[in-house]
Structure formats: C-alpha cells, structure tokens
Design a binder for this molecule. Structure first.
Ligand code: SAH
Ligand code: MG
Length: 323
C-alpha cells in the first residue's frame, strides 16, 4: 500500500474544510492522484489534522520523525518516490522502523535541497582541519548567527586565489570568513572587502590580525553601493555575497573596474534549492531574494558580457568569466 503524505506540519498547511482534510492529508493511493492538488489555499484546523494522523496511528511526532527519517534515508527501500516539493510517497507504515533512525525531534525534511543528503554528508566528511582562526570564525558565526559561506564555497574561492593570485573585490565581509579562505592563498594578490556593519568590520579586522593576513586585506566600511566607486582596480576576482536583492547593482558598479580576464563568483544563487521551486513556494528565503536570484541567474547565463554557469557548491554559486 502506498500512503501519500503531503506537507504535514500544521504551519505548512492551509485548509478550511476539516472533514475533507481527514481524507486528504493521508490517504490510500487508489486513484494515483497527488495530494497536494487537493490541499491548496485552505485553512488548517489542527484538530482535524490530529484526527487524520490518528487514523494512520501516527502522531505529529511520528510524522516529524518520518520526514527526518526519509531525509536520512532510514526508510531506504520503503520510500516509493518523492513526487515534488513537500510531497512524499511512502510505501508501508512501519513506524517502528522510523524509530531506529535516531533522528526523532530533529525537525523536518526540507521541501527541496541542493544535494542529496548522503552526497552532502560525504562531501562534508572530506573536509580537512582548518587553521585555528578559521575554526574560531566558524564557531563565532554559528554562535552569533552570522551567515558565512559554506566551507566548500570558501575552498572554491581559495583554489581560485591559489591559481590566479588575483586582486579580489569582495562585497560582504561579515566577520571575514570567506576573506580568510582567499587571503590565506594569496602571494602578490590582495583582497579589498566591503562591509556595511561597523561591529562586523571590527570583528573581521581582529580575525585578520590573528590569522596573520591583515597585510593582504583592505576592509572598507560602509554601504558597498557607495564605496565600490572609490575602489582601485583592476579587479581580477569579484566575489559578491552581501544583500541578496542588491547583487545585480554591485556587479554593475564593479564592472568598470574589472580586468579583461576577471572572474565573478556570486554566492547563494540556489538559496537552499528554493530558487528551483515554483514562485510563491519556499519558506527559508524571502520572495524578493528568490526573485532576485532567479533573475540574476537567468541574466548571467544569457549575458553578452559574461560567460557563466551555476554550480551546486555550498548554497549554489554562479561562476563567470568576462566575454
Ligand atoms: N562573505 C562573508 C559573509 C557575508 S554575509 C563570508 O562568507 O564570510 C553578508 C554581509 O553583507 C553582512 O555582514 C552584511 O552586513 C553585509 N552587507 C549587506 N548589505 C551590504 C551593503 N550594501 N554593503 C556592504 N555590506 C553589506
Ligand atoms: Mg552567502
């Protein structure tokens, strides 16, 4: 038997017709229809949801586990298919099996992801030891909720810096994590990095001193839309990672300063995978940011000025060379 589970978290459902919900939330797959088609645009009655779950002898906690377990592949052969965002088809209902996943209460399966979870875990497992300061920055970012690049993206930038030994213009320093990945690899090259927030700039400067790269890094405080103008080129590598809906503006402002062979790296261009969802779906990322990323991806890929590709590194990276 195949039971189709739609988005079962109460805050992900909008249902008014309580009775219908009892049949729709979890139902036997006789007609082979997709549940999500029934679910759109209504309000949820949490009580009814509970009833529906009870009929399957699942409770909200089990559902949570179920979603996590699927994410973790604990249900392996039982997973029939994933039909689309937030829509999971599960063969069988062996809730005990889910207990063994050891991931109860951990949260929910995201509606979409960039990499298969196993592949992501594998890649993470390859990470070598980092320098003391870099590890400290990761801990500080985690503690204070600072949005730094994924380590893989930092390493990608590091590789570019190793080969190109470029003059880098980075838009969005935060506490200097991506800056350090790059600066560690430079010999003649240097990084000019722009940060709006005074507190973060100060923290970043401290880290650059401790990491011994302060001589290679120039941090300019202020709004990049004002400060880019005064930056001295030529810039060989432009790395964009500040306010998501301002990306296009930064690139345009920086373009006159780029060297003929300059490359562009733009972070967060897949936004946890949510750029791939239909307009209006998602959840983690603001609609404005998603729209901006979709537009910029399309524009770069179709540009006369850039030869671009989008890579599933970290949170998604657009990588481009000047034409
Ligand atoms: N590249 C960093 C993370 C940057 S997070 C790393 O991976 O380590 C984005 C940063 O951009 C934030 O610190 C934010 O304050 C800054 N920012 C946002 N808008 C900006 C703007 N208009 N000019 C300069 N910095 C900006
Ligand atoms: Mg980023």
């Amino acid at each position: 038997m195949v039971a189709r589970l739609a988005q079962l978290l109460p805050d992900a459902l909008h249902l008014t017709d309580g009775e219908a919900l009892a049949d729709q939330v979890v139902e036997a797959d006789a007609a082979g229809q997709h549940l999500a088609a029934h679910l759109g645009g209504r309000q949820l009655d949490a009580g009814v949801l509970a009833q529906a779950l009870e009929r399957l002898r699942l409770n909200q906690r089990d559902i949570s586990r179920l979603r996590v377990a699927i994410a973790d592949d604990a249900v392996g052969g039982h997973l029939d298919r994933v039909d689309g965002p937030g829509q999971l088809a599960l063969d069988g209902r062996d809730v005990d099996l889910l207990d063994r996943s050891g991931h109860a209460e951990q949260g929910t399966l995201p509606a979409v992801r960039i990499l298969d979870e196993r592949v992501e875990r594998y890649i993470h497992g390859l990470q070598p030891e980092r320098s003391e300061t870099m590890a400290e920055m990761e801990a500080a970012a985690e503690r204070d909720g600072v949005p730094i690049v994924h380590w893989e993206t930092g390493r990608f930038l590091a590789v570019l810096c190793r080969t190109l030994d470029p003059v880098v213009l980075e838009v969005g320093t935060a506490i200097g994590y991506s800056t350090l990945h790059m600066a560690e690899q430079l010999r003649q090259g240097r990084v000019i990095t722009l940060e709006l927030r005074e507190d973060r700039a100060r923290q970043a400067r401290g880290f650059f001193e401790r990491a011994g790269v302060a001589d290679r890094v120039e941090l300019i405080e202020g709004d990049a839309r004002d400060t880019i103008e005064a930056v001295n080129g030529p810039i060989d590598l432009l790395f964009v990672d500040a306010a998501k809906d301002e990306y296009r503006g930064y690139i345009e402002l920086a373009e006159p300063k780029l060297s003929p062979g300059a490359v562009l790296v733009v972070d967060n261009m897949l936004m946890s995978g949510e750029v791939a969802l239909p307009e209006g779906e998602g959840g983690k990322w603001r609609t404005e940011s998603l729209t901006a990323a979709r537009e910029l991806n399309a524009e770069l890929l179709d540009s006369d000025r850039w030869l671009a590709c989008v890579l599933p590194i970290g949170d998604g990276v657009a990588f481009a060379a000047r034409r």
